[in-house]
Design a protein around this ligand. Sequence first.
Ligand SMILES: Cc1cc2nc3c(=O)[nH]c(=O)nc-3n(C[C@H](O)[C@H](O)[C@H](O)COP(=O)(O)OP(=O)(O)OC[C@H]3O[C@@H](n4cnc5c(N)ncnc54)[C@H](O)[C@@H]3O)c2cc1C
Length: 445
Amino acid sequence: MTPDSSILIAGAGTFGLSTSYHLAKAGYKNITVLEKSPTIPSHLSAGNDLNKILRAEYEDAFYTELALQAMREWKDNGLFAPHYHETGYLLCTSAAAPEKSKRTLAKSLSSVSSHPAFQGGEGQGGHKIICPINTRDDIRAVAPALDGPMQGWTGYLNRFAGYAHAADALRAMHAACCALGGVTFRLGDGVTALVYSNGDDAQPKGVCIGARTASGAVHTADVVVLALGAALGTVLGGPHGVGRHVAARAWSVGHVQLSEDEASRLRRIPVTYARDLGFFFEPDARTRLLKVCPAGAGYTNFVSGEEGREEETAPVSVSVPPEDSGWIPARDEAMIRRLLRETLPALADRPIVDKKLCWCADTADTDYIIDFVPGKGRVVVVSGDSGHAFKMLPVVGNWVKDVLEKGRQDIPRWRWKEGQDAGGDVSWRVGESIDIKDVKETVRG
Ligand SMILES: Cc1cc2nc3c(=O)[nH]c(=O)nc-3n(C[C@H](O)[C@H](O)[C@H](O)COP(=O)(O)OP(=O)(O)OC[C@H]3O[C@@H](n4cnc5c(N)ncnc54)[C@H](O)[C@@H]3O)c2cc1C
């Protein structure tokens, strides 16, 4: 690749914006981003949210190191720091938690408690960075505003963690790309298909030479980067596509509207996550919405894949986001209320507003995919976020740039995946994933 190579990026969400930013920063001058939504952040982006958790604990040291790289950017880089809120991260299990949740919490704790980045130093206010939680009083000592019973809750508080105002961070990254130059954003015209050489042009037959959008426009480029998040299967479905290896999977999101008084009482609460019940954040400063998400193993939406049609092979089913995500399963609303009853009982019976399903792209091993697609020439997939990649916004685009420049992925776990179906037994998820068509009762609002 040279700075003049033409690069087409499909999707301007978390991965797409980070990729555009790092390429533009490195001097690439011919980048076109095709985004289905007419605005950035996109209403379809999993990252377009009030907040996302930023923390470095993982069961896997590989991701702990990467998250620490990202955390340093969130803290110290002027582009990201205004959107990072270091409120701390209170990770617990409730008394009724299954053994699986307790095990995963113990692994999270050991990834940070033995790590030099969390040793010795003192967090905000001269406190230890990692603080064990064994009783309700321990929780009240670090988060006095949490006044529910929280009976049997145990875990820890990590002070080197918190959340990002996610939508604002995406906005900032988009503005940074525009300021750097070299990036053209084409909004409101989504990619519908890849375009392959028929052998008449300079390229061998079957090599990807660009993408077609809903308006019928064809954009050609030296390389195409698919950063479509959960929608990857809509463009790369079928037998030679993502099949069931990358599945769109969704979790519920709800909010409680707070008064000024209520919001100010909850100012600076840590991100509070009961592994078996769900999590919530400090109320948003502008809207006074308290975001709450229930725990669970998520929902798929399997449909028949499209890409195989011409080849007379049976369509392969792929999971893609549905058109309408403005509802949540009733059982998730019940879990949100259970979590609030445990922590903030005065809010437990309040209306849950702005409900939605938030879709990400899941893989079987929950590893990302940043790789060329075998057999398609110069198509790179940046996907498989598996619900844990917003925190990587400052750094992920650099890893994509690396792959584009080398022409290969050297990290085996981020290579193109084939084999296992996405979303088997993931250690940190509780319950079983089901398809949205099997959800019996739903609630809107
Ligand atoms: C409920 C939930 C909670 C989460 N919480 C956290 C958290 O606390 N911390 C964390 O680090 N991560 C979290 N994540 C994960 C994080 O949001 C994702 O990892 C990240 O947003 C994935 O980025 P992406 O670019 O792959 O997808 P997205 O951000 O979804 O971007 C995909 C983009 O593609 C666009 N697009 C779709 N179809 C087309 C098309 N046909 N043509 C062109 N453009 C198209 C979309 O509009 C969108 O802009 C959470 C995810 C979910 C679902």
